[in-house]
Design a binder for this molecule. Sequence first.
Ligand code: NAG
Ligand code: NAG
Length: 296
Amino acid sequence: MLYNGLPLMLTAHLLASAGMDHLVCIWNVWSRDQKKARVLNFHNAAVKDVKWSQQGHSLLSCGYDCKSRLIDVEKGFETQVFSEDQIVGVIKFHPDNSNLFLSGGSKGHIRLWDIRTGKVVHSFNRNLGPILDVEFTIGGKQFISSSDVSGSNVSENSIIVWDVSRQVPLSSQVYVEAYTCPCVRRHPYESTFVAQSNGNYIAIFTSNPPFRLNKYKRYESHGVSGFPIKCNFSLDGKRLASGSSDGCIYLYDYQSSNFVQKIKTSDQACIDVAFHPVMPNAIASCSWDGSISVFE
Ligand SMILES: *[C@@H]1O[C@H](CO)[C@@H](O)[C@H](O)[C@H]1NC(C)=O
Ligand SMILES: *[C@@H]1O[C@H](CO)[C@@H](O)[C@H](O)[C@H]1NC(C)=O
């Protein structure tokens, strides 16, 4: 099985992963005798992203078949399909309205979908390269996008903060380094967000206008080296965890940006990390070869 950069998404005790083998898997990661609880086979091509709905009854997944698919996990069937003209690389539910989700894809289109009608409510277009990540800010009136700037001379659009209802960018040239950012995450309660940069560091920005990069603060003990490595905050916002090209989870202190600890997970790059939503000291990771590990 070949899983390249499999994304993780935890709900209370189940973890979902998506893979190059077209499958979405649900894992009972916290049980002793493991582990794979369910395999969902709805996509006709590699799956790029998967997200739990707010209540944890459904999973939304997307991928190379140019579709996002909503799956009722208990019943095990597909309840809705959202078709696009692009490979769908990333999806994200609206934080305050679980009927809405964003999708971003290979042609640089970002769309806000309404599950009730199955239609696009808003679209966000700016001649961008492939969309690598999207993340709502607190309250969901704005979101941040990251797009691939490696094929273009204009790197100033790699990170954009958008107004959801007006469909316009609110930011201007937030990040002008010629590095692509495979991941953006907002802080759980402060007005900041971070971007994982291919320049081998995590950059931090304010998520209020004028959306400035903090030039004096970086989280920079880990390597990215071109892998789609993700990072995220702990539930209490005090830690920032990141995967790394050397196969370790790196933990940083959010406030000081100091490196705190690293945990070896695999000989391959560590691609994604997820804190347990209830137990603050438990963290799961997945590596480039598809293995999933859990640490306490
Ligand atoms: C980048 O700029 C160079 C010189 O200005 C131009 O020749 C080239 O076509 C540009 N490449 C892209 C992808 O825009
Ligand atoms: C990031 O972490 C927060 C809280 O720690 C969690 O609510 C959120 O779902 C995580 N995001 C992703 C994409 O895993």
